[in-house]
Design a protein around this ligand. Structure first.
Ligand code: NOJ
Length: 529
C-alpha cells in the first residue's frame, strides 16, 4: 500500500483542552468541528485525537471504561461521525488513540473477565509511573493486580488470546467506521515477563518494556487487523533504542509504521526520574537525533516530535520563551521539520504557546503531577522546590487550554475552564495566525515543503559542526540536491560557513552578503541547492 504517511504532517488534538462548544469548561467534539478550517488551512494531513472514549477520567481519558462509547463531556457518537465526515471532506485523515495496555478499573471486563488482567499473590517492589506501587490488593479475590499507571488503570493480560481477540474486534469496529489509523499508547509494554521480580530502585521496566512476546502480538495484530486497511500506525514506546525501533517499523516485519522514541525527551533529566532536572546540552540532542536519523534511514521510519500532551512546551524547554519566543519557536520547528520522518505538531505549538507557572498545587489537575507533589511533600521537600519541578516538567504545561483569542479564557470556553488558561493568552493567541510573519504561517510553509520536496522524505542526513554546543547544523542530500539547515540554539550571534544554493526559508530576513554568515539569536536558515 502507498506510504502516504511519509509525506504527511500530523496534528495532535487533546480534546479536553482544544475548544469548548457548550460552555461547560471542557473541550468537546463539536468544538473540534468548529476549528476544522483552522486546521485545514495549516495544511496538516492527519489529526490524531487523544482518547475520546467513555472514561471516569482518572487520567483524562487514558483510562477507558467503554471503547465503543464517546465520553459524555465530549459529545455523542453522532458528533464523532460528523467530525470524521468533516475531516474527510477536507481531505484530511483521523487517527484515534488506542489505549490497550490497560483499561479503567470501571471497564466491565475488570468485573466480568478478570482473566483479562494480571494477578499475583505477592507484589514486586515496582514503582508506578504515577508514584506508589504498581500493585493493588483486591480483597474479594485475595490477590494483587498490576497497574503500571494509576490504580484505576489495571494492565491487560496480552498472553490471553481471548483478550487479544476482543481488542482486535474493537479495532476493526473503529476502522470499519472509517478512522484512518491508531496512535498506540505505551504499546511496547503489553508483554510482561512470565515471572516478575523485584528490581533495583523499583524500576521494573526491563520486565515489561519490549517484553518477550511484544513482536509476536504486534505481528498478529498486523495480520489480523492493520494489514486489512489503508491506515497509519504509530506506537508510543518509552525505553526503546533505534535497533529495537527498526524491528518494530521495518516494512518487511509487518508491525507498525513508526514509533515515538523518548530518548531526546530524557536529555534534560539527571536520572531515570523525569523530575530530576538538568539543563540540556545541545551536543547530546544533536548526537541523539543523529543516531535516530541514521538508525532508521532506509530500514524503518521515524516520527519527529518536540511536544505532546505529556511534555512541557518546547519553546520554554529548548527555546527562549521571553526575549526570542517567536524566533526560537520557528527555529525549533525548522530543526525538526527538515529531518527524515513524519512530524507531529501538538495543539498550540503552531502559536508558540509556552509553559505555565501556577503558584498553587490546587491549580494542577494532572494525576502524575498531583501524586508526585504529595509524595515529595510527605518526605519534607519544600513547596518551592517541588513547584519548580512542576513549572519545568508538569504535563499540565501542555494541557492548559488552547489560546484562540484575547477574549476571556482565551476564547476556549464561555464557562470556567477545567484547567486554568495560561494568563499570557492576551498576547499569544490564534488571532495572529493570518499574519504572514506568524509562527502558524511558518509551520504552514514547512508542511508544504515536505509535501513537495522528495529530498525531505528520502535524503541522507549528515550532522555538521558536531562539537558546537550552540549550533545545530545538518545537511540532507538526495541525487544532486542538497539542503543545509542551520539552527542557532543560543541568544548569541554565531558564525558559520555560507552554504551552497539559495535561502529556502528562515526566521529572519535573508542576509544576501558573501563570506561566512552570522546567525542572529535563535536564527534558523535553510539553504537549497
Ligand atoms: C501515555 C500517555 O501519553 C499518557 O498521557 C498516559 O498517562 C499514559 N500513557 C497511560 O495511558
Amino acid at each position: 500500500m502507498a506510504e502516504w504517511w511519509k509525506k504527511s504532517t500530523v496534528y495532535q488534538i487533546y480534546p479536553r483542552s482544544f475548544m469548548d462548544s457548550d460552555g461547560d469548561g471542557i473541550g468537546d467534539i463539536r468544538g473540534i468541528i468548529q476549528k476544522l478550517d483552522y486546521l485545514h488551512e495549516l495544511g496538516v494531513d492527519i489529526l490524531w485525537l487523544s482518547p475520546v472514549y467513555d472514561s471516569p477520567n482518572d487520567d483524562n481519558g487514558y483510562d477507558i471504561r467503554d471503547y465503543y462509547q464517546i465520553m459524555k463531556e465530549f459529545g455523542t457518537m453522532a458528533d464523532f461521525d460528523e467530525l470524521l465526515e468533516g475531516v474527510h471532506a477536507r481531505g484530511m485523515k483521523l487517527v484515534m488513540d488506542l489505549v490497550v495496555n490497560h483499561t479503567s478499573d470501571e471497564h466491565e471486563w475488570f468485573k466480568n473477565h478478570p482473566d483479562f488482567y494480571i494477578w499475583r499473590d505477592e507484589p514486586t517492589n515496582w514503582r508506578s509511573f504515577f508514584s506508589g506501587s504498581t500493585w493493588e490488593f483486591e480483597k474479594e479475590r485475595g490477590q494483587y493486580y498490576l497497574h503500571l499507571f494509576s490504580k484505576k488503570q489495571p494492565d491487560l493480560n496480552w498472553d490471553n488470546p481471548e483478550l487479544r481477540e476482543a481488542v482486535y474486534e474493537m479495532m476493526r469496529w473503529w476502522l470499519d467506521k472509517g478512522v484512518d489509523g491508531f496512535r498506540m499508547d505505551v504499546i511496547n509494554m503489553i508483554s510482561k515477563v512470565p515471572v516478575m521480580h523485584d528490581a533495583p530502585g523499583g524500576d521494573g521496566s526491563h520486565q515489561f518494556m519490549n517484553g518477550p512476546n511484544v513482536h509476536t502480538y504486534l505481528r498478529e495484530m498486523n495480520q489480523q487487523v492493520l494489514s486489512q486497511y489503508d491506515i497509519v500506525t504509530v506506537g508510543e514506546m518509552p525505553g526503546t533504542t533505534p535497533k529495537e525501533a527498526r524491528e518494530y517499523t521495518a516494512a518487511e516485519n509487518r508491525e507498525l509504521n513508526m514509533i515515538f522514541t523518548f530518548e531526546h525527551m530524557g536529555l534534560d533529566q539527571a536520572s531515570g526520574e523525569k523530575w530530576d532536572l538538568k539543563p540540556l546540552e545541545l551536543t547530546d540532542l544533536k548526537e541523539n537525533l543523529e543516531k535516530w536519523q541514521h538508525g532508521l534511514h532506509d530500514e524503518g521510519w521515524n516520527s519527529l516530535y518536540w511536544n505532546n500532551h505529556d511534555q512541557p512546551r518546547i519553546v520554554s524547554r529548548f527555546g527562549n520563551d521571553t526575549d526570542y519566543r517567536v524566533e526560537s519557536a520557528k527555529m525549533l520547528a525548522t530543526c525538526l521539520h527538515f529531518m527524515q520522518g513524519t512530524p507531529y505538531i501538538y495543539q498550540g505549538e503552531e502559536l508558540g504557546m509556552t509553559n505555565v507557572r501556577f503558584d498553587s498545587i490546587a491549580d494542577y489537575k494532572d494525576i502524575e503531577t498531583v501524586n508526585m507533589y504529595a509524595e515529595k511533600s510527605e518526605v519534607g521537600i519544600p513547596h518551592a522546590v517541588i513547584m519548580e519541578k512542576i513549572h519545568v516538567k508538569s504535563r499540565d504545561n501542555a494541557r492548559t487550554p488552547m489560546q484562540w483569542s484575547a477574549e476571556p479564557n482565551g476564547g476556549f470556553t464561555t464557562g470556567t475552564p477545567w484547567l486554568k488558561v495560561n494568563p499570557n493568552y492576551t498576547e499569544i493567541n490564534a488571532l495572529q495566525h493570518k499574519d504572514p510573519e506568524s509562527i502558524y504561517q511558518y509551520y504552514k510553509k514547512l508542511i508544504g515543503f515536505r509535501k513537495d520536496m522528495d529530498i525531505i522524505t528520502h535524503g541522507n542526513f549528515e550532522l555538521q559542526y558536531r562539537e558546537d554546543d550552540e549550533l545545530f547544523a545538518y545537511t540532507r542530500s538526495w541525487n544532486d540536491e542538497l539542503l543545509t539547515v542551520y539552527c542557532n540554539f543560543s541568544d548569541q550571534p554565531k558564525a558559520a560557513a555560507r552554504p551552497e544554493g539559495h535561502v529556502l526559508i528562515g526566521n529572519y530576513s535573508a542576509d544576501a552578503g558573501e563570506g561566512d554568515i552570522l546567525l542572529r539569536p535563535y536564527e534558523a536558515v535553510v539553504y537549497y541547492k
